[in-house]
Design a protein around this ligand. Structure first.
Ligand code: PHB
Ligand code: FE
Length: 328
């Protein structure tokens, strides 16, 4: 079969499994029934395609996120906020010492476009990359339709605190999402607000637990309040965080329900630094020089508190700010 390649987007002719192939700079991407195959000038790698699509989905939906999104221990992206590095082996001591690491920088709209085209072509009708394993079908097999509705969900971002006049979007219960099977015990009543006379339109409250109990996605924070650079990003978690996140700033976690186990590693070498078990009510500050991956045995609620200030990465990278908020 002859394969015609568009310079930026990928092959027009599908391979024998029905999937298109893609190229970005000197990286190539191919999928078969079980795996995503990635090559770069000095090496090649494969990932189970379900894990690959779950990571790809989040990298796209989060606009390449804060700092580093490792799809696994080898391949991932670094956000430079305007451009993005695609890398292989860059954060593995062993790949680096063997000279097998590689990275290339792309303008954000280009890598975004290729990633979106790959996600759309490689996601079958049976698979929802945002869903928990118990709530989606298979990612595997030859090409079988598409699932555009699932993959074009964006991280929900409020314009004001949810409940304030002019908040966007509307609350998920109003959008008609059902209560998740693991959150049937979560009370759905709304708080009673008794404002001082004259402040009635300034004091609002809503039931965050009820809101989260109806989330239909996992490991996908929504921004529910914005106060200058301070973003409250609660999310519901089940099974494994599909990316290993390398921080470029401190992130705070407040475990709102149930339990998550975190593996915390050195961001640059992957050396193990800590295993943290967070139970309901626990609060942790994840340092600016680590990478982490969470494991949630049942669906749980987590508040991720981000400082979105654009000045932070340079302050940490230059050592002007210590990597932890408290020095012991
Ligand atoms: C994180 O990398 O800190 C993170 C990402 C997504 C989540 C939770 C935590 O759902
Ligand atoms: Fe993180």
């Amino acid at each position: 079969m002859t394969t015609e390649t568009l310079p930026e987007i990928g092959s027009i002719e599908p391979n024998r499994h029905g999937y298109r192939s893609f190229a970005l700079g000197r990286f190539t991407f191919e999928r078969d029934e079980y795996f995503a195959h990635i090559t770069w000038p000095q090496g090649r790698h494969l990932m189970p395609v379900d894990a690959f699509l779950k990571a790809l989905q989040r990298d796209i939906a989060w606009g390449f996120f804060y700092g580093i999104v490792n799809f696994d221990g080898v391949v991932g992206t670094i956000n430079h906020y305007g451009t993005v590095d695609l890398f292989a082996g860059r954060f593995s001591d062993h790949y680096r010492r063997a000279g097998l690491d590689y990275s290339e920088n792309f303008k954000t709209p280009l890598i975004q476009r290729v990633f979106e085209a790959m996600l759309e072509d490689w996601t079958n009708s049976t698979f929802d990359p945002f869903a928990s394993p118990a709530e989606t079908g298979s990612a595997f097999g030859p090409k079988n339709g598409s699932n555009k509705r699932a993959i074009t969900r964006h991280r929900v971002t409020a314009k004001r605190m949810i409940g304030c006049p002019g908040d966007e979007p509307r609350r998920s219960d109003e959008a008609g999402f059902p209560i998740n099977r693991h959150f049937r015990d979560v009370r759905q009543d709304e708080p009673e607000v008794k404002a001082e006379p004259g402040f009635e339109d300034q004091v609002v409250a809503f039931n965050l637990f009820a809101y989260l109990s109806r989330s239909d996605v996992t490991w996908n924070p929504s921004v529910v309040s914005v106060c200058k650079a301070s973003l409250y990003c609660p999310t519901t978690e089940e099974y494994i965080l599909p990316v290993i996140h390398g921080n470029d700033r401190v992130e705070w976690f407040v475990q709102l329900s149930d339990e998550i186990h975190w593996e915390v590693e050195d961001r640059d070498t992957g050396a193990v630094r800590a295993r943290v078990v967070m139970k309901a009510g626990d609060v942790a500050a994840m340092p600016a020089d680590i990478r982490h991956r969470g494991f949630s045995p049942k669906r749980s609620m987590l508040l991720v508190w981000e400082n979105a200030s654009p000045d932070l990465p340079a302050l940490y990278a230059s050592g002007k700010m210590p990597p932890t908020p408290v020095q012991f």
